[in-house]
Design a protein around this ligand. Structure first.
Ligand code: HEC
Length: 230
């Protein structure tokens, strides 16, 4: 009997603790936790001002009008015309279900179900916008565009031949690397982090080593750089 009472009591205490715990977290988001939860966003957004990916940088989003970050050229008309201002409430419903807040938006994610997680991310975005959180978050994104402006010779391509279905890449370190044409992606990066003019850079595309990306400073460089030669 005694044991039973004890069990009931401790269960009650556990429930109360849980309840207090969550309600505490709900009252104010935790920016530190938010920074971690932001990992679900970093495949498409950076926390660095001016560094845009699939979506715009979110460094200064809190308190701003939607669809108005400078130099982000991929907004939908829907978000630009939404008239929304990003605050606690709008950011919360956006993260819960972007399509229901702004139907037709290009942010296509399933949405975050956990209210505490959304609140934590809002706290983090708030901190970023107020200059509190460091711009460079220390969050390892893995998806940030690599800085190609000063790469090692092993990544610099000095000549590129196309022979039947194969690209032959002459590297600045003397090596030649071959790729099946279907496995080499030709990309451009015109930002300050992009490669110098006419010095395309090879970046690894994945773990398997049979595919990679070759990044040029601009689209106009691509065809002239490739020689049809076996
Ligand atoms: C798959 C890519 C993707 C993911 C993941 C993603 N977003 Fe987005 N996000 C976008 C795109 C694209 C837009 C621009 C939407 C448009 O133009 O309609 C956007 C827009 C936004 C905006 C509005 C920006 C502005 O300038 O008004 C906010 C805020 C935002 N995202 C927050 C988040 C947060 C927080 C997360 C993580 C929980 C997240 N996003 C995850 C792609 C993504």
């Amino acid at each position: 009997m005694k044991d039973k009472n004890y069990l009931a009591l401790s269960a009650l205490a556990a429930v109360a603790g849980l309840f207090l715990g969550t309600s505490g977290a709900m009252a104010a988001g935790d920016a530190e936790r938010g920074k971690k939860a932001f990992l679900t966003c970093v495949s498409c957004h950076s926390a660095e001002p001016g560094l845009h990916k699939t979506g715009p940088s979110l460094a200064n989003i809190f308190g701003r009008k939607a669809g108005a970050i400078e130099n982000f050229g991929r907004y939908s008309e829907k978000i630009k015309n939404s008239g929304i201002i990003w605050n606690d409430k709008t950011l919360d419903s956006w993260m819960r279900d972007p399509q229901s807040l702004i139907p037709g938006t290009l942010m296509k994610i399933r949405g975050l179900d956990k209210a505490t997680e959304r609140r934590d991310i809002v706290a983090y975005l708030k901190q970023l916008a107020s200059g509190g959180g460091q711009a460079s978050t220390g969050v390892e994104t893995g998806a940030d565009p690599v800085d190609l402006s000063d790469p090692p010779p092993g990544n610099q391509v000095t000549a590129l031949n196309h022979c039947r279905d194969t690209y032959h890449l002459k590297m600045a370190n003397g090596e030649t690397i071959k790729f099946w044409e279907f496995n080499l992606r030709l990309k451009t990066d015109g930002s300050a982090k992009g490669p110098p003019k006419r010095r395309p850079m090879l970046v690894d595309g994945g773990m398997r080593g049979d595919r990679a990306s070759l990044v040029f400073a601009s689209p106009a460089e691509i065809s002239p750089f490739i020689k049809e030669k076996c």
